[in-house]
Design a protein around this ligand. Structure first.
Ligand SMILES: Nc1ncnc2c1ncn2[C@@H]1O[C@H](COP(=O)(O)OP(=O)(O)O)[C@@H](O)[C@H]1O
Ligand SMILES: [Mg+2]
Length: 413
């Protein structure tokens, strides 16, 4: 073949190594052997799910590990503590209250495909109809025509609660932030309240991107007592380190200490980036048939990781830089901002960081002007101002992405 083998031999080596089952940047973890840290949060989830009348609301930033925590915990509970059904619904903007519970309703015996039936029978026949069906009879001398419509109310929380309360198991409602209507979010909260009042063994975990739990229940007032909120923060550096070392060890790879530290630093508590960079480093090492993962391997792995990153992050950086006259200056400014330790930073802090990290001195007024420029635009901008004089990345994953994408300018590497 003139163009080589399209990378097939490399792919074969990578697949054989099993690395893509160990480092999974795009798939939530649901195996305890792949799950790191989160002891406190997992313990709380287990205890709440096993407390009568209590349900869970799990929220946090995108990519912080919400789905992994919820799925792994559910699996542990259902395997080791109690048998029961497991339902998982990933919501999107097309979902409504009734579509979310379809699968659980069917498991409870409701046949939602059943719409309407017309029965014709002789007078006095009293055809046996299923429970839950309304009759409308039209009598004639010899014949009765009965139109039956199922008495289904999948849009009613009390009707759904009545159907589901007898089930035993857990339902994970993931990406609840995508549900378009607040009225549907309120209905989920109402259903949870009703299941709790009935002391049902059917437990619900609502998961979504939010900064407060209220955003996911649309502020339903009386659900607080039975819906325990767990806010999931970023993972700690020690647990990210364990994730890298454990995975590398399973692959018989030996990463340099500097490589491990750099991956942890770039990840900034987001396990997605830890998996992504470790995967790219490991793949390069496997292709090179070299067990040692060096800083040079990391450099090329970061370029690959950028290509594999979410399009939204890439587009945001590209469109920001394209609109500026001096993109190089702004690149340095953004990279420095990604090294600020707190999510919110002030222009003075950034000025000090520019000096200490890159030896660059800038006028404070000019710096403020530039930062403000990065918050202005018709569409979503790369930075926003949470308060006067404060700046913050609009997407909390952006600092990690910048450290990967702008790594060639980063003299630390
Ligand atoms: N506790 C954990 N241990 C190891 N990897 C994790 C853990 N939590 C999340 N991950 C990994 O991080 C990435 C994002 O996790 P995910 O659960 O999908 O986040 P979220 O649901 O918050 O967007 C996935 O690649 C997943 O494999
Ligand atoms: Mg998720």
């Amino acid at each position: 073949m003139a163009n080589g083998d399209f990378g097939l031999s490399n792919e074969a080596a990578i697949i054989k190594s099993g690395i893509r089952e160990i480092f999974t940047p795009h798939i939530p973890v649901d195996e305890i052997s792949h799950f790191f840290g989160r002891e406190d949060e997992a313990t709380r989830l287990v205890s709440v799910i096993n407390s009568p009348g209590q349900h869970i609301l799990l929220y946090g930033d995108r990519g912080v590990g919400k789905t992994s925590l919820a799925k792994t915990t559910c699996k542990v509970i259902l395997q080791r503590l109690q048998r029961g059904l497991f339902f998982e619904k990933r919501c999107d903007s097309g979902d409504s209250f009734s579509s979310i519970f379809e699968e659980a309703l069917e498991a409870s015996g409701v046949d939602l495909s059943f719409k309407e039936e017309v029965h014709t029978h002789n007078d006095g026949g009293g055809a046996g109809l299923n429970a839950g069906i309304v009759k409308a009879s039209v009598s004639s001398k010899r014949e009765t025509k009965t139109t039956s419509a199922p008495n289904f109310k999948p849009e009613s929380p009390s009707w759904v609660a009545n159907q589901l309360k007898g089930l035993s198991g857990i339902m994970l409602i993931d990406e609840a932030d995508a549900i378009a209507l607040d009225s549907d979010k309120k209905k989920i909260a109402e259903l949870i309240k009703l299941l709790s009042d009935n002391n049902s063994n059917f437990k619900i975990i609502v998961v979504g991107i939010a900064t407060t739990g209220e955003e996911l229940t649309a502020g339903h007032p009386s659900v607080e007592r039975c819906l325990k909120e767990v806010s999931l923060q970023r993972m700690c550096d020690d647990d990210l380190k364990k994730l890298i070392l454990n995975g590398m060890h399973r692959l018989s790879l030996i990463p340099d200490n500097d490589v491990v530290d750099k991956i942890v630093d770039i990840s900034a508590g987001f396990p997605h980036f830890t998996h992504l960079i470790s995967l790219k480093c490991g793949e390069a090492a496997i292709i090179n048939k070299n067990k040692h993962v060096t800083v040079d391997v990391l450099k090329s792995a970061l370029n690959e990781a950028v290509k594999d990153s979410e399009g939204a992050l890439q587009r945001m950086l590209e469109s920001t830089l394209r609109a500026l006259n001096t993109p190089q200056e702004y690149k340095l400014l953004l990279l420095t901002a990604s090294y600020c330790n707190t999510p919110e930073f002030r222009s003075a802090e950034l000025r000090d960081k520019l000096m200490s990290k890159f030896g660059v001195e800038v006028d404070s007024k000019a710096l403020s002007r530039r930062l403000t420029k990065l918050t202005q635009g018709e569409k979503t901008t790369i930075l926003h101002k949470p308060a006067r004089g404060c700046f913050q990345f609009t997407d909390p994953r952006m600092p990690s992405f910048l450290k990967m994408a702008l790594n060639s300018d980063d003299n630390e590497l």
